[in-house]
Design a protein around this ligand. Structure first.
Ligand SMILES: Cc1cc2nc3c(=O)[nH]c(=O)nc-3n(C[C@H](O)[C@H](O)[C@H](O)COP(=O)(O)OP(=O)(O)OC[C@H]3O[C@@H](n4cnc5c(N)ncnc54)[C@H](O)[C@@H]3O)c2cc1C
Length: 165
């Protein structure tokens, strides 16, 4: 194929796809970034950001439980878990603009919402359209492997999606 629609297409707008598309765009490549769910991927929406926010609340509780060691007396508090979760959501929302379609579009990346399918080494299908590209970065993340331990039952809670379902 002599000419391509793009120099690079990144599939997945998590940390890896965001960084790849940003760097390619910075060197003036024609770039598309395809995401089927939430911009920011695991790190922003389910991983690093929410976990560190939750851990910071837990650390504060741990310190409050030892307040007398720090020379403080008669501190009373209650953990309101829904409020802890609200704070986590606020932190995610504060960071979301940095990983948004608007920001990446302004950086020169063409953001496409949809589920990409690899059709050939230089072609992807998304939303019924065929895109040709010289290079493809598959940045679709990972999922945990569940070891086959007899009797181990795991209840999987559905994650939030872009549609809010
Ligand atoms: C609880 C937790 C805490 C973590 N804390 C940290 C931390 O503190 N520091 C740290 O460095 N790392 C941390 N990580 C790891 C970090 O989240 C991952 O390393 C990082 O998110 C991986 O980024 P990624 O771009 O490879 O994949 P992902 O973030 O998973 O992004 C992949 C994206 O691809 C999209 N996608 C998949 N298939 C398609 C398709 N066919 N078409 C279009 N889009 C598609 C998905 O919707 C997703 O948005 C943590 C992870 C977890 C679970």
């Amino acid at each position: 194929m002599a000419r391509y629609d793009y120099n690079l297409v990144a599939v997945g707008a998590g940390a890896a796809g965001l960084v790849s598309s940003y760097i390619a765009s910075a060197v003036k490549a024609r770039v598309a970034l395809i995401e089927k769910n939430l911009m920011g991927g695991d790190c922003l929406n389910y991983g690093c950001v929410p976990s560190k926010s939750l851990i910071s609340s837990a650390k504060l509780v741990h310190q409050l439980n030892q307040h007398e060691r720090f020379g403080l007396k008669e501190i009373q508090y209650q953990v309101d878990f829904p409020l802890v979760m609200d704070r986590i959501q606020e932190i995610i929302e504060a960071i979301t603009p940095h990983d948004s379609v608007e920001r990446y579009t302004s950086l020169g990346v063409e953001c496409i919402e949809g589920n990409a399918k690899l059709v050939s080494p230089n072609e992807l299908e998304v939303n019924g359209s065929l895109l040709s590209t010289k290079n493809i970065v598959i940045a679709t993340g990972a999922s945990p492997a569940i070891p086959p331990i007899p009797g181990w039952k795991i209840r999987l809670t559905p994650l939030p999606t872009a549609s809010g379902n």
